[in-house]
Design a protein around this ligand. Structure first.
Ligand code: UT7
Length: 324
């Protein structure tokens, strides 16, 4: 028998303020038609004044814990993927730790931008499989509205705020792809593309918070190739094929990236969970938000094979295969 990390609860939180594409036409020279056609986005949720990443993360974590029937005091690890922490330090995860009533174990942030949740999940899975943690909360939470340049139409229309979380618990498996739990995770980065998607500020470089700068077309070009490659790697590692996947829960950056990846892998769009139209790109939050939605409405069922994948600044990209 081997140790497997099981997903025993999912949670999410979206700020109540809704901003439509039409609302954005009052701020920048854009149109609902352009945004829908080029990205698939129709609206996004934005955090209220004073609402922080830790507020969103805590709400998602508490919902995931409640659904798992686990108390915060029983958690021994929090890994939080975010590129928009409350403060430069300490980690936003430590704020969440205090607010869920967890007094032991360890809580820290992971910085892999849009791949943040996949990175956080891989780290927590490795902690559980080596016996260093038993019950982990893995969170993706962002307030990208705080780092958008609201005068740059090429980026400000694409992002939203939100948070998603899962509770992982150590379980047992036989070491086959029929086991319930995380079957494998696969992470990559390539720092040569650092400047194609970045925030042009930071404590050590400019002593400012900075704004998102993205070479959209270049990022787009790499996204489909990198995502298809890491999905192929995840399937091969488990002796599985695309036909075995019940659901893909992809990072939600662009509808055309979802379609391009599905086509390259020979997957039907009906098996891709999509939230892009309603949430926009919520960076590290998009995968756990979509997962919580599809588990919550009964699409994703126990025993099904779910593929999680994401790509973001760095570049970073990764995938995880999970039997629910
Ligand atoms: O989550 C992390 C990963 N991020 C991504 O994966 C994002 C990847 N990239 C993309 O999703 C797409 O490249 C975008 C949605 C960002 C842009 O779509 P595109 O089809 O690559 O458009 P483009 O950047 O080539 O721009 C086409 C035209 C330009 O005008 P010209 O130069 O052809 O006259 C832009 O100025 O569209 C113009 N444009 C806009 N027009 C109206 C750019 N933004 C807007 C806008 N409204 N908001």
């Amino acid at each position: 028998m081997i140790v497997r990390s099981r997903i025993v609860g999912c949670g999410s939180y979206l700020p109540s303020r809704l901003v439509t594409n039409d609302d954005l036409t009052k701020i920048v020279d854009t149109s609902d038609e352009w945004i829908v056609e080029r990205s698939g986005i129709r609206q996004r949720h934005l955090a209220a004044e004073g609402e922080t990443t830790s507020d969103l993360a805590t709400a998602a974590a508490l919902q995931a814990l409640e659904r798992a029937g686990i108390k915060g005091s029983d958690v021994d690890l929090i890994v939080l993927g975010t590129a928009t922490p409350d403060h430069t330090f300490p980690a936003t995860a430590t704020k969440v730790q205090a607010r869920i009533g967890m007094t032991g174990g360890a809580a820290f942030d992971v910085q892999a931008v849009c791949s943040g949740f996949i990175y956080a999940l891989a780290i927590a899975d490795n902690f559980i499989r080596t016996g260093q943690a038993k019950t982990a909360v893995v969170i993706g939470a962002e307030t990208f509205s705080r780092i958008l340049d609201w005068s740059d139409r090429t980026s400000c229309v694409l992002f939203g705020d939100g948070a998603g979380a899962v509770v992982l618990r150590a379980g047992e498996g036989e070491g086959t792809s029929r086991d319930r739990g995380i079957l494998s995770t696969h992470l990559h980065s390539d720092g040569r593309h650092h400047d194609l998607l970045l925030v042009d500020g930071g404590p050590s470089s400019t002593q400012t918070v900075g704004h998102i700068r993205m070479a959209g077309r270049e990022v787009f070009r790499h996204a489909i190739a990198n995502l298809s490659s890491v999905v192929g790697e995840a399937l091969a590692a488990n002796g599985l094929g695309a036909a075995d996947i019940d659901w893909v829960v992809p990072h939600q950056a662009n509808q055309r990236i979802l379609e391009g990846t599905a086509k390259k892998l020979g997957l039907s769009m009906e098996r891709m969970v999509g939230t892009l139209d309603r949430h926009a790109n919520t960076s590290a939050a998009s995968v756990p938000l979509a997962l919580a939605e599809a588990v919550g409405d009964g699409r994703i069922k126990e025993g099904q094979l779910v593929l999680l994948e994401a790509m973001g600044g760095g570049f970073t990209w990764g995938a995880g295969l999970v039997r629910m």
